[in-house]
Design a protein around this ligand. Sequence first.
Ligand code: 6H9
Ligand code: ZN
Length: 371
Amino acid sequence: MPAIDFKVIKQDGTTAARLGSLTTPHGTIATPIFMPVGTQATVKAMTPEELREVGAQIILANTYHLYIRPGHELVGRLGGLHEFMHWPGPILTDSGGFQVFSLGELRKITEDGVRFQSHLDGSYHFISPENAMAIQEALGGDIIMCFDECPPYPSEYAYVEKSLGLTTRWARRCKESHARTDQALFGIVQGGMHRELRERSAAELMEIGFDGYALGGLSVGEEKELMYEVMGYCAPVLPVDQPRYVMGIGAPEDLIEGIHAGFDMFDCVMPTRNARNGMLFTSFGRVNIKGAAYAEDRSPLDPECGCYVCKNYSRAYLRHLYRSGEILASRLNTWHNLHYYLNLMTQAREAIGAGRFGEFRKEFYAKRFSL
Ligand SMILES: CNc1nc2cc(C(=O)NN)ccc2[nH]1
Ligand SMILES: [Zn+2]
Protein backbone atom coordinates (compact mmCIF):
# COMPACT_ATOMS: atom_id res chain seq x y z
CA MET A 1 0.00 0.00 0.00
CA PRO A 2 1.82 3.18 -1.13
CA ALA A 3 2.04 5.95 1.47
CA ILE A 4 0.38 8.51 -0.82
CA ASP A 5 -2.11 8.50 -3.68
CA PHE A 6 -2.09 11.24 -6.33
CA LYS A 7 -4.79 11.78 -8.94
CA VAL A 8 -5.05 14.39 -11.67
CA ILE A 9 -8.65 15.59 -11.28
CA LYS A 10 -8.72 17.92 -14.26
CA GLN A 11 -6.30 19.09 -16.93
CA ASP A 12 -6.63 22.80 -17.80
CA GLY A 13 -8.14 23.59 -21.20
CA THR A 14 -5.23 25.38 -22.82
CA THR A 15 -2.18 25.05 -20.51
CA ALA A 16 -0.18 22.32 -18.73
CA ALA A 17 -1.78 23.35 -15.41
CA ARG A 18 -3.68 20.55 -13.66
CA LEU A 19 -5.93 20.18 -10.66
CA GLY A 20 -4.85 17.28 -8.45
CA SER A 21 -5.68 15.48 -5.23
CA LEU A 22 -2.87 14.15 -3.04
CA THR A 23 -3.90 11.79 -0.23
CA THR A 24 -1.43 11.26 2.60
CA PRO A 25 -1.65 9.44 5.97
CA HIS A 26 -2.49 12.82 7.56
CA GLY A 27 -5.12 14.00 5.08
CA THR A 28 -5.84 14.87 1.48
CA ILE A 29 -4.43 17.98 -0.21
CA ALA A 30 -5.84 19.77 -3.24
CA THR A 31 -3.09 20.72 -5.69
CA PRO A 32 -1.57 23.01 -6.93
CA ILE A 33 -0.55 23.77 -3.37
CA PHE A 34 1.83 26.14 -1.56
CA MET A 35 3.57 24.75 1.54
CA PRO A 36 4.42 27.28 4.28
CA VAL A 37 7.93 26.69 5.60
CA GLY A 38 8.18 25.67 9.26
CA THR A 39 11.97 25.31 9.49
CA GLN A 40 12.30 24.60 13.22
CA ALA A 41 8.93 22.84 13.62
CA THR A 42 7.03 26.10 13.59
CA VAL A 43 5.80 28.38 10.84
CA LYS A 44 7.17 31.48 12.52
CA ALA A 45 4.62 33.63 14.41
CA MET A 46 1.64 31.39 13.61
CA THR A 47 -0.09 28.71 15.72
CA PRO A 48 -1.19 25.54 13.91
CA GLU A 49 -4.83 26.62 14.36
CA GLU A 50 -4.07 29.97 12.71
CA LEU A 51 -2.26 28.16 9.88
CA ARG A 52 -5.39 26.13 9.29
CA GLU A 53 -7.49 29.28 9.34
CA VAL A 54 -5.41 30.97 6.63
CA GLY A 55 -5.79 27.86 4.47
CA ALA A 56 -2.56 25.91 4.98
CA GLN A 57 -2.99 22.24 4.08
CA ILE A 58 0.59 20.93 4.30
CA ILE A 59 3.72 22.46 5.81
CA LEU A 60 7.45 21.91 5.33
CA ALA A 61 10.03 21.31 8.08
CA ASN A 62 13.82 21.38 7.64
CA THR A 63 15.70 18.20 8.45
CA TYR A 64 19.08 19.93 8.88
CA HIS A 65 17.80 22.38 11.51
CA LEU A 66 15.83 19.76 13.48
CA TYR A 67 18.76 17.33 13.37
CA ILE A 68 21.00 20.03 14.86
CA ARG A 69 18.37 21.20 17.38
CA PRO A 70 16.55 19.62 19.26
CA GLY A 71 17.76 16.42 17.56
CA HIS A 72 15.70 14.00 15.47
CA GLU A 73 15.86 11.23 18.11
CA LEU A 74 14.28 13.57 20.68
CA VAL A 75 11.46 14.47 18.25
CA GLY A 76 11.00 10.77 17.52
CA ARG A 77 10.86 9.90 21.22
CA LEU A 78 8.20 12.58 21.71
CA GLY A 79 5.95 11.07 19.06
CA GLY A 80 7.27 12.68 15.89
CA LEU A 81 6.70 16.12 14.36
CA HIS A 82 2.88 15.99 14.21
CA GLU A 83 2.68 15.40 17.96
CA PHE A 84 5.66 17.61 18.80
CA MET A 85 4.34 20.69 17.00
CA HIS A 86 0.61 19.94 17.32
CA TRP A 87 0.06 20.02 13.55
CA PRO A 88 -2.44 17.33 12.49
CA GLY A 89 -2.09 17.81 8.72
CA PRO A 90 0.48 16.51 6.24
CA ILE A 91 4.14 17.44 6.71
CA LEU A 92 6.94 17.32 4.14
CA THR A 93 10.53 17.28 5.37
CA ASP A 94 13.36 18.24 3.06
CA SER A 95 16.52 16.12 3.27
CA GLY A 96 18.96 18.80 4.38
CA GLY A 97 20.81 18.56 1.07
CA PHE A 98 20.26 22.20 0.23
CA GLN A 99 20.91 23.53 3.75
CA VAL A 100 24.10 21.53 4.15
CA PHE A 101 25.38 22.74 0.77
CA SER A 102 24.47 26.29 1.74
CA LEU A 103 26.95 26.04 4.62
CA GLY A 104 29.67 26.71 2.03
CA GLU A 105 33.20 26.22 3.39
CA LEU A 106 31.83 24.48 6.47
CA ARG A 107 31.19 21.27 4.52
CA LYS A 108 33.09 18.53 2.67
CA ILE A 109 31.42 16.30 0.11
CA THR A 110 32.54 12.70 -0.48
CA GLU A 111 30.93 9.75 -2.25
CA ASP A 112 29.73 8.51 1.12
CA GLY A 113 28.05 11.71 2.25
CA VAL A 114 28.70 15.21 3.58
CA ARG A 115 30.77 16.19 6.58
CA PHE A 116 29.80 19.61 7.91
CA GLN A 117 30.01 21.91 10.88
CA SER A 118 26.95 22.99 12.81
CA HIS A 119 25.98 26.62 12.19
CA LEU A 120 25.23 26.84 15.93
CA ASP A 121 28.41 25.66 17.64
CA GLY A 122 30.80 24.54 14.90
CA SER A 123 30.59 20.89 16.01
CA TYR A 124 31.33 18.31 13.30
CA HIS A 125 28.58 16.12 11.78
CA PHE A 126 28.18 13.69 8.91
CA ILE A 127 25.06 13.02 6.84
CA SER A 128 24.92 10.16 4.36
CA PRO A 129 21.89 9.18 2.29
CA GLU A 130 21.23 6.42 4.82
CA ASN A 131 21.17 8.68 7.81
CA ALA A 132 19.19 11.35 5.94
CA MET A 133 16.52 8.64 5.68
CA ALA A 134 16.87 7.65 9.35
CA ILE A 135 16.58 11.29 10.45
CA GLN A 136 13.45 11.90 8.36
CA GLU A 137 11.94 8.62 9.52
CA ALA A 138 12.42 9.70 13.14
CA LEU A 139 10.88 13.12 12.40
CA GLY A 140 7.86 11.32 10.96
CA GLY A 141 6.90 13.53 8.00
CA ASP A 142 4.42 12.15 5.48
CA ILE A 143 6.63 13.00 2.49
CA ILE A 144 10.42 12.80 2.76
CA MET A 145 13.09 13.84 0.27
CA CYS A 146 16.16 12.09 -1.08
CA PHE A 147 19.53 13.41 0.04
CA ASP A 148 21.01 15.13 -2.96
CA GLU A 149 23.69 17.60 -3.95
CA CYS A 150 22.43 21.02 -4.99
CA PRO A 151 25.29 22.43 -7.12
CA PRO A 152 26.03 26.15 -6.69
CA TYR A 153 25.06 28.51 -9.50
CA PRO A 154 26.87 29.09 -11.71
CA SER A 155 28.92 25.89 -11.89
CA GLU A 156 31.08 24.39 -14.65
CA TYR A 157 29.19 21.94 -16.89
CA ALA A 158 31.56 19.13 -15.87
CA TYR A 159 30.86 19.81 -12.17
CA VAL A 160 27.09 19.78 -12.67
CA GLU A 161 27.35 16.54 -14.67
CA LYS A 162 29.49 14.88 -11.99
CA SER A 163 27.16 16.20 -9.26
CA LEU A 164 24.01 14.78 -10.83
CA GLY A 165 25.68 11.37 -10.97
CA LEU A 166 26.30 11.60 -7.22
CA THR A 167 22.69 12.72 -6.67
CA THR A 168 21.46 9.65 -8.58
CA ARG A 169 23.73 7.25 -6.68
CA TRP A 170 22.59 8.83 -3.40
CA ALA A 171 18.95 8.59 -4.50
CA ARG A 172 19.38 4.85 -5.08
CA ARG A 173 20.89 4.49 -1.59
CA CYS A 174 17.99 6.51 -0.11
CA LYS A 175 15.44 4.23 -1.72
CA GLU A 176 17.29 1.10 -0.60
CA SER A 177 17.49 2.27 3.01
CA HIS A 178 14.05 3.89 3.29
CA ALA A 179 12.10 1.61 5.60
CA ARG A 180 8.84 3.31 6.67
CA THR A 181 6.02 2.37 4.28
CA ASP A 182 3.81 5.15 5.69
CA GLN A 183 6.19 7.78 4.32
CA ALA A 184 6.39 8.73 0.65
CA LEU A 185 9.87 9.27 -0.79
CA PHE A 186 10.42 11.87 -3.52
CA GLY A 187 13.44 11.98 -5.82
CA ILE A 188 15.08 15.35 -6.55
CA VAL A 189 16.04 16.20 -10.13
CA GLN A 190 19.26 18.16 -10.43
CA GLY A 191 21.38 19.03 -13.51
CA GLY A 192 21.80 22.79 -13.19
CA MET A 193 20.50 24.86 -16.08
CA HIS A 194 21.38 22.30 -18.77
CA ARG A 195 18.45 20.61 -20.50
CA GLU A 196 20.31 17.38 -21.35
CA LEU A 197 21.58 17.04 -17.78
CA ARG A 198 18.15 17.75 -16.27
CA GLU A 199 16.60 15.14 -18.58
CA ARG A 200 19.32 12.64 -17.70
CA SER A 201 18.78 13.25 -13.96
CA ALA A 202 15.00 12.82 -14.34
CA ALA A 203 15.40 9.63 -16.41
CA GLU A 204 17.82 8.10 -13.90
CA LEU A 205 15.49 8.86 -10.98
CA MET A 206 12.41 7.52 -12.79
CA GLU A 207 14.39 4.34 -13.51
CA ILE A 208 14.89 3.92 -9.75
CA GLY A 209 11.24 4.86 -9.11
CA PHE A 210 9.89 7.30 -6.51
CA ASP A 211 6.49 8.39 -5.15
CA GLY A 212 6.94 11.87 -6.60
CA TYR A 213 9.60 14.04 -8.21
CA ALA A 214 11.01 17.41 -7.15
CA LEU A 215 13.01 19.94 -9.10
CA GLY A 216 15.96 21.03 -6.96
CA GLY A 217 18.79 23.43 -7.68
CA LEU A 218 16.59 26.34 -8.72
CA SER A 219 16.19 29.80 -7.25
CA VAL A 220 19.91 29.74 -6.53
CA GLY A 221 20.68 33.11 -8.12
CA GLU A 222 19.75 32.37 -11.75
CA GLU A 223 17.62 34.83 -13.74
CA LYS A 224 13.89 34.19 -13.62
CA GLU A 225 13.75 33.50 -17.35
CA LEU A 226 16.27 30.67 -16.89
CA MET A 227 14.31 29.26 -13.93
CA TYR A 228 11.10 29.31 -16.00
CA GLU A 229 12.90 27.69 -18.94
CA VAL A 230 14.14 24.81 -16.74
CA MET A 231 10.65 24.34 -15.23
CA GLY A 232 9.20 24.42 -18.76
CA TYR A 233 11.25 21.54 -20.15
CA CYS A 234 11.38 19.46 -16.92
CA ALA A 235 7.66 19.12 -16.14
CA PRO A 236 6.73 17.23 -19.32
CA VAL A 237 9.46 14.59 -18.81
CA LEU A 238 8.21 13.76 -15.28
CA PRO A 239 5.41 11.19 -14.81
CA VAL A 240 2.04 12.82 -15.54
CA ASP A 241 0.30 10.83 -12.78
CA GLN A 242 2.71 11.61 -9.94
CA PRO A 243 3.24 14.79 -7.91
CA ARG A 244 5.68 17.33 -9.35
CA TYR A 245 7.27 19.68 -6.77
CA VAL A 246 9.53 22.67 -7.33
CA MET A 247 11.68 23.28 -4.23
CA GLY A 248 12.22 26.75 -2.86
CA ILE A 249 9.88 28.49 -5.29
CA GLY A 250 8.96 31.30 -4.98
CA ALA A 251 7.49 34.72 -5.53
CA PRO A 252 3.78 34.80 -6.50
CA GLU A 253 4.60 35.11 -10.21
CA ASP A 254 6.94 32.10 -9.89
CA LEU A 255 4.07 30.01 -8.56
CA ILE A 256 1.86 31.11 -11.46
CA GLU A 257 4.60 30.12 -13.94
CA GLY A 258 5.25 26.83 -12.11
CA ILE A 259 1.55 25.91 -12.26
CA HIS A 260 1.48 26.99 -15.91
CA ALA A 261 4.37 24.58 -16.58
CA GLY A 262 2.55 21.68 -14.90
CA PHE A 263 3.93 21.62 -11.34
CA ASP A 264 1.77 20.75 -8.35
CA MET A 265 3.71 21.65 -5.17
CA PHE A 266 5.75 24.66 -4.08
CA ASP A 267 7.49 25.88 -0.91
CA CYS A 268 9.25 29.13 -0.13
CA VAL A 269 10.22 31.22 2.89
CA MET A 270 9.27 34.40 1.00
CA PRO A 271 5.78 35.04 2.41
CA THR A 272 6.85 34.45 6.00
CA ARG A 273 10.34 35.98 5.87
CA ASN A 274 9.19 39.05 3.89
CA ALA A 275 6.32 39.52 6.36
CA ARG A 276 8.79 39.89 9.23
CA ASN A 277 10.63 42.49 7.15
CA GLY A 278 7.47 44.48 6.41
CA MET A 279 7.28 43.41 2.74
CA LEU A 280 3.64 42.54 2.08
CA PHE A 281 2.04 40.95 -0.99
CA THR A 282 -1.23 42.30 -2.36
CA SER A 283 -3.27 41.67 -5.49
CA PHE A 284 -1.94 44.99 -6.82
CA GLY A 285 1.73 44.41 -6.10
CA ARG A 286 4.03 44.63 -3.11
CA VAL A 287 3.61 47.04 -0.18
CA ASN A 288 6.59 48.05 1.95
CA ILE A 289 4.52 48.80 5.05
CA LYS A 290 7.18 50.98 6.71
CA GLY A 291 6.71 53.57 3.94
CA ALA A 292 5.80 57.09 5.16
CA ALA A 293 2.93 57.16 2.63
CA TYR A 294 0.99 54.76 4.91
CA ALA A 295 1.40 56.82 8.10
CA GLU A 296 -2.24 58.00 8.09
CA ASP A 297 -3.68 55.52 5.59
CA ARG A 298 -6.86 54.13 7.17
CA SER A 299 -7.52 51.74 4.26
CA PRO A 300 -6.99 47.99 4.54
CA LEU A 301 -3.69 46.60 3.32
CA ASP A 302 -5.45 44.91 0.37
CA PRO A 303 -9.13 45.76 -0.16
CA GLU A 304 -9.50 42.61 -2.27
CA CYS A 305 -7.99 40.32 0.38
CA GLY A 306 -10.70 39.79 2.98
CA CYS A 307 -8.36 38.10 5.48
CA TYR A 308 -8.63 38.78 9.24
CA VAL A 309 -5.88 41.42 8.99
CA CYS A 310 -7.37 43.26 6.00
CA LYS A 311 -10.82 43.19 7.63
CA ASN A 312 -9.74 44.64 10.98
CA TYR A 313 -6.60 46.78 10.68
CA SER A 314 -5.45 49.83 8.71
CA ARG A 315 -2.19 50.26 6.84
CA ALA A 316 -1.40 53.03 9.34
CA TYR A 317 -1.70 50.62 12.25
CA LEU A 318 0.37 47.92 10.52
CA ARG A 319 3.03 50.54 9.77
CA HIS A 320 3.00 51.67 13.44
CA LEU A 321 3.38 48.09 14.71
CA TYR A 322 6.27 47.43 12.35
CA ARG A 323 8.12 50.66 13.15
CA SER A 324 7.60 50.01 16.87
CA GLY A 325 9.13 46.55 16.57
CA GLU A 326 5.99 45.00 18.00
CA ILE A 327 5.63 41.20 17.95
CA LEU A 328 2.10 41.66 16.60
CA ALA A 329 3.65 43.16 13.43
CA SER A 330 5.23 39.79 12.58
CA ARG A 331 2.05 37.95 13.43
CA LEU A 332 -0.36 40.12 11.38
CA ASN A 333 2.04 40.52 8.45
CA THR A 334 2.64 36.75 8.33
CA TRP A 335 -1.07 36.07 8.62
CA HIS A 336 -1.82 38.28 5.62
CA ASN A 337 1.08 37.11 3.42
CA LEU A 338 0.26 33.44 3.98
CA HIS A 339 -3.42 34.13 3.29
CA TYR A 340 -2.40 35.91 0.08
CA TYR A 341 -0.27 32.97 -1.11
CA LEU A 342 -2.76 30.29 -0.12
CA ASN A 343 -5.71 32.23 -1.55
CA LEU A 344 -3.79 32.66 -4.82
CA MET A 345 -3.49 28.85 -4.94
CA THR A 346 -7.22 28.49 -4.23
CA GLN A 347 -8.02 30.88 -7.07
CA ALA A 348 -5.61 29.03 -9.38
CA ARG A 349 -7.29 25.69 -8.56
CA GLU A 350 -10.71 27.22 -9.26
CA ALA A 351 -9.46 28.59 -12.58
CA ILE A 352 -8.05 25.21 -13.61
CA GLY A 353 -11.33 23.57 -12.56
CA ALA A 354 -13.12 25.96 -14.90
CA GLY A 355 -10.57 25.33 -17.68
CA ARG A 356 -9.50 28.98 -17.70
CA PHE A 357 -6.05 29.05 -16.07
CA GLY A 358 -4.66 30.82 -19.16
CA GLU A 359 -7.07 33.73 -18.61
CA PHE A 360 -6.42 33.69 -14.85
CA ARG A 361 -2.68 34.01 -15.52
CA LYS A 362 -3.30 37.04 -17.76
CA GLU A 363 -5.56 38.67 -15.13
CA PHE A 364 -2.90 38.06 -12.47
CA TYR A 365 -0.32 40.03 -14.45
CA ALA A 366 -2.78 42.70 -15.61
CA LYS A 367 -3.54 44.01 -12.11
CA ARG A 368 -0.22 43.36 -10.42
CA PHE A 369 1.50 46.68 -11.00
CA SER A 370 -1.53 48.88 -10.53
CA LEU A 371 -0.48 49.97 -7.03
C1 6H9 B 1 15.35 29.70 -2.21
N1 6H9 B 1 15.95 28.81 -3.17
C2 6H9 B 1 15.98 27.46 -3.01
N2 6H9 B 1 16.58 26.64 -3.86
C3 6H9 B 1 16.45 25.40 -3.35
C4 6H9 B 1 16.93 24.18 -3.79
C5 6H9 B 1 16.68 23.05 -3.02
C6 6H9 B 1 17.25 21.75 -3.44
O1 6H9 B 1 17.84 21.62 -4.48
N3 6H9 B 1 17.11 20.76 -2.55
N4 6H9 B 1 17.69 19.57 -2.81
C7 6H9 B 1 15.91 23.13 -1.86
C8 6H9 B 1 15.44 24.36 -1.43
C9 6H9 B 1 15.72 25.49 -2.17
N5 6H9 B 1 15.44 26.81 -1.96
ZN1 ZN C 1 -5.13 40.30 3.93
